[in-house]
Write a protein that binds this ligand. Structure first.
Ligand code: PNW
Length: 494
C-alpha cells in the first residue's frame, strides 16, 4: 500500500469506527446509519473519481455483431470464408446472423443509452464499403453506417470508429494474399480515406487497425484466425511490416481526406509488461521490456524505427523495408488506443544483455472464463502508464477491456455475473490509480456491449453486459450492466 493510501485507510476506518460507536450509544436507527454510509460513500467518491469529461463507452466490431452478410451488396470477407471452413470454430457456428445488429441497431443504441454511456466504439466492415476491396464503392454499404451514426448522435452517444477489425475483403486475399502484399496496405489506406471523407463530419475519432499483433500472429502465424495461414518466419515478419505500413498509410489518408480536427490512432493490444515488484529497478526493466516486446508495432509507430534487438533477433528473416516505410509507419498520431485484458509478462530487473527477465506465468496463475484471460488488474495501470512514460503519449483510450463469464440465468431470468463485476471493479480501480496520478487516459470502452460472435470460440464465450439469446435475438441486461451504469453515473469507482 502506498503511503497516501495508508493514511486514507486509517482516516476512514477511524471515522467509520467512531460512527458505529456513536450510533450504538445514541440508539440510532438503521436508516440513520445508512445516511452515514451515504456520506461516507460521497467522501470516497472524491478520492475515487475519474477526470471530468472522461468518456465511458462500450465496444463491438462489425463481423462479431452485424450479421446480414449477403445484404445490400456486401462482399465476402476472410472471416466468412474462415468460419465456414470445417473445424475452425469451436461450436461450428459462423457470424452469418450473429446479433443481427444490421437490422436491430436502433434497439442496440437504446441498450447503450440505458447504461448512460456517452461513447461507442464500433468497426466499419470494409467489404460492405468496397465489396471487392478496391474499385467501385458500394453506397448501400456505407449507408448502414450513416444510419447508425445518426441514431447514435440522436441518442447523445459519441461515435468512435475502427477502420479494420479483421474482416478483410476476401477479394484482397485472393488477389494479393491479403497482408502478405503491400498492395493490401495501400488498398486499406484508400478505403480508410474514402470512409473518413464521408463520415468525419460526425465521427471525430478514428482507430486504424484493431490489434495488429493478433491478426498477424493468429491469422498468418499459427493459422487459428482468418485467413488461417502458417507462414514461415520471414514471410510472417513481412506481413507484420505490411500491417504496420497499412496503419501509417491509413493515418495519412484519414488526415488527407477527413475534416480538419479528425483524430486518429491505432487500437493496439500492447504486450503488457508488469513489474513483478514495484521497485524502481523493476519498473525501469518493465519499460525497457515494453519497447522490445512491442518492437514490430507500437514501438515502430511511435519511434519510426525497428529496434536493434528486434532486427538482430529476426536475423536473416528480418522484413524488407525502406526508410520511407518507417517514416510512414510513424506518421504522427493523436492518441493511442489500448486493448487491456491480461498481463503478458511479469518483469524482473536482471544483470544481462537486455537488462530484464520475463518471468513465465506459473500454471497456477488465476484466470477468468477463458484460459488466456489471466487476472491482473494492475495491467490496467501499467499499460497506459508505460505508453505515457516511454513515448510521451499525451492521449490514451482504453479501447477494450472486459471478460467472458459463464453465468446462467436464475429461475426468474436474471444474470448475476458477479465474476465479471469483480474483474471490472478491480481493473477499473487500477485505471483510477492511473488517472489520479495524471496518466492521460481520456476514455474507456468496455468489451462488450452484448454477447457476440467470439471468433474461434463461436458463441460459447460471452463478453456482454447484455446477455443475448441468439435464437430470439432477445437482449437481457446482466447485473454488470447495472454496475457499469452506476459507475458512469458517478464518474467514480463503485
Ligand atoms: C480482442 N490477449 O481480442 C478483440 O479485439 C475482440 O474482437 C475480442 O472479441 C475480444 O478481445 C475478446 O477476446 C483479444 O490474449 C484476444 O491478450 C486476445 C488477447 C487480447 C485481445
Amino acid at each position: 500500500m502506498t503511503k497516501g493510501a495508508a493514511v486514507l485507510f486509517n482516516r476512514f476506518s477511524r471515522r467509520h469506527f467512531a460512527r458505529i460507536a456513536g450510533s450504538l450509544a445514541l440508539g440510532m436507527s438503521a436508516n440513520q446509519v445508512d445516511a452515514g454510509e451515504a456520506a461516507d460513500r460521497e467522501n470516497r467518491d472524491g478520492a475515487s473519481g475519474f477526470p471530468n469529461g472522461f468518456r465511458w463507452g462500450t465496444a463491438t466490431s462489425a463481423y462479431q455483431i452485424e450479421g446480414a452478410v449477403d445484404e445490400d451488396a456486401r462482399g465476402p470477407s476472410i472471416w466468412d470464408s474462415h468460419a465456414h471452413r470445417p473445424g475452425t470454430i469451436e461450436d461450428r457456428s459462423n457470424a452469418d446472423h450473429a446479433n443481427d445488429h444490421y437490422h436491430l441497431y436502433k434497439d442496440d443504441v437504446q441498450l447503450m443509452k440505458a447504461l448512460g454511456a456517452k461513447a461507442y466504439r464500433f468497426s466499419i466492415a470494409w467489404p460492405r464499403v468496397f465489396p471487392e476491396g478496391t474499385g467501385s464503392p458500394n453506397p448501400k454499404g456505407l449507408d448502414f453506417y450513416n444510419r447508425l451514426l445518426d441514431e447514435l448522435l440522436e441518442s447523445g452517444i459519441e461515435p468512435f470508429a475502427t477502420m479494420y477489425h479483421w474482416d478483410l475483403p476476401q477479394a484482397l486475399q485472393d488477389r494479393h494474399g491479403g497482408w502478405m502484399s503491400r498492395d493490401t496496405s495501400k488498398a486499406f489506406a484508400d478505403y480508410a480515406g474514402y470512409v473518413a471523407e464521408r463520415l468525419s463530419d460526425r465521427v471525430k475519432h478514428i482507430f486504424t487497425i484493431n490489434e495488429c499483433s493478433r491478426l498477424v500472429h493468429l491469422g498468418y502465424g499459427i493459422g487459428a484466425d482468418a485467413p488461417g495461414l502458417k507462414l514461415p518466419q520471414q514471410q510472417l515478419n513481412q506481413v507484420r511490416h505490411h500491417v504496420a505500413l497499412g496503419h501509417g498509410l491509413a493515418v495519412q489518408a484519414i488526415r488527407a481526406h477527413g475534416r480538419a480536427g479528425t483524430k486518429v490512432g491505432p487500437a493496439e493490444n500492447l504486450v503488457i509488461c508488469v513489474p513483478a515488484i514495484e521497485t524502481v529497478a523493476n519498473i525501469r526493466a518493465a519499460e525497457i521490456a515494453t519497447r522490445e516486446v512491442n518492437a514490430g508495432y507500437l514501438t515502430a509507430m511511435l519511434e519510426g524505427k525497428y529496434t536493434e534487438a528486434y532486427l538482430a533477433g529476426a536475423g536473416k528473416d528480418a522484413p524488407t523495408f525502406t526508410a520511407e516505410d518507417l517514416r510512414i509507419i510513424s506518421s504522427p498520431i493523436d492518441f493511442v488506443g489500448l486493448n487491456v485484458y491480461t498481463p503478458h509478462h511479469y518483469v524482473v530487473a536482471a544483470d544481462n544483455d537486455s537488462d530484464f527477465t520475463l518471468a513465465p506465468l506459473p500454471a497456477s496463475f488465476p484466470h477468468m472464463d477463458a484460459p488466456w484471460l489471466k487476472i491482473a488488474p494492475e495491467a490496467m495501470y501499467w499499460a497506459p502508464r508505460h505508453v505515457a512514460k516511454i513515448w510521451g503519449v499525451r492521449s490514451i483510450y482504453i479501447t477494450e477491456n472486459g471478460t467472458s463469464a459463464a453465468d446462467q440465468p436464475t429461475a426468474d431470468g436474471h444474470f448475476h455475473d458477479v465474476d465479471r463485476i469483480m474483474y471490472l471493479r478491480n481493473y477499473l480501480t487500477h485505471l483510477q490509480r492511473a488517472t489520479s496520478e495524471g496518466v492521460p487516459v481520456n476514455g474507456y470502452f468496455l468489451w462488450s456491449l452484448m454477447d457476440n460472435f467470439e471468433w474461434t470460440d463461436g458463441f460459447e464465450k460471452r463478453f456482454g453486459l447484455y446477455h443475448v439469446d441468439f435464437k430470439t435475438q432477445r437482449r437481457t441486461a446482466r447485473l454488470s450492466a447495472s454496475y457499469y451504469r452506476e459507475l458512469i453515473a458517478r464518474n467514480a469507482l463503485v
